[in-house]
Design a protein around this ligand. Structure first.
Ligand code: ADP
Length: 185
């Protein structure tokens, strides 16, 4: 977990690779659907372009399908999900149905202003359609209002691992892996 621009997607890929499990990124799945112009993509695009969350029913159904696929049987790393309290409840249900449980919730922390700068630079390179300054700022607000409260929920469950997300990619990955070890022990 972590605010937009904190490097979730980047770290999710590195860590999933190191752990030998698939990274399931709701943002990536939505973007793939937008690109393919599927019904899901057309619906999601309206929300994404405005920097709003895709409705829970849509997101939850998509995650439920994805986590039922064979490659998720031995574990997975979620990137960008859950982001709302109803999504937390649905994830709990999905995990229970599969006889799984969460091992850890990793939160990447960073100063919002650093993140806005980072995202504006990224926008110039790969030009995501939700990367205008106005939308970026709105996404930070949505994160604070809708998703930040989830950190407390997972902290109360003893699952939260907070990691400084500012630094080189490898440095941050090492921090996450080290932090996960402390949780195991
Ligand atoms: P970022 O974290 O940088 O905003 P993501 O790639 O994780 O980027 O998400 C991009 C967009 O996809 C979000 O702004 C939102 O519209 C949609 N999205 C991704 N995950 C979710 C989710 N769990 N619930 C609702 N919408 C989501």
């Amino acid at each position: 977990m972590g605010p937009p621009g904190a490097g979730k997607g980047t770290q999710a890929k590195v860590l999933a690779d190191r752990l030998g499990i698939p990274a399931v990124s709701t943002g990536d799945i939505f973007r793939a659907n937008v690109k393919e112009e599927t019904a899901l993509g057309l619906e999601a695009k309206r929300y994404m372009d405005a920097g709003n969350y895709v409705p829970d029913e849509v997101t939850n159904a998509m995650v439920r399908d994805r986590l039922s696929e064979a490659d998720a049987g031995e574990g997975f790393l979620l990137d960008g999900y859950p982001r709302t309290l109803p999504q937390v409840g649905t994830l709990d249900d999905i995990l229970a149905e599969h006889g799984h449980q969460l091992d850890a919730v990793v939160a990447l922390t960073a100063d919002p202003e650093v993140l806005v700068d980072r995202m504006l630079r990224r926008a110039k390179v790969d030009g995501r359609s939700d990367d205008s300054e106005e939308v970026i700022r709105h996404r930070q607000e949505v994160y604070t209002a809708e998703t930040k409260p989830l950190l407390r929920v997972y902290d109360q469950r003893g699952l939260l691992v907070e990691v400084d997300g500012v630094g080189e990619i490898e440095e941050v990955s090492e921090r996450v892996l080290a932090a996960l070890k402390t949780l195991e022990g």
